[in-house]
Design a protein. Structure first.
Length: 67
């Protein structure tokens, strides 16, 4: 799973970062046991096109978090 999620992130990171207000995209991990749970997209308070951020990328859930 690690390789698939890293490949998915690499394939999509560039266009995600082009969305105004998106600052960083990375791997989302569970805080309690550090397991990979999906893709994290960190946004600024002024994100204008949050609807462009998908809820899923390559079968991985996308978590939108504030910077």
């Amino acid at each position: 799973m690690d390789v698939k999620i890293y490949n998915t992130l690499n394939e999509n990171e560039e266009w995600l970062l082009e969305i105004e207000g998106v600052g960083v995209a990375g791997i989302a991990r569970n805080e309690s046991d550090n397991h990979i749970i999906g893709i994290a997209v960190y946004v600024e308070d002024n994100v204008t096109n949050a609807q462009k951020i998908p809820s899923e990328l390559g079968h991985f859930e996308v978590f939108v978090k504030k910077l």
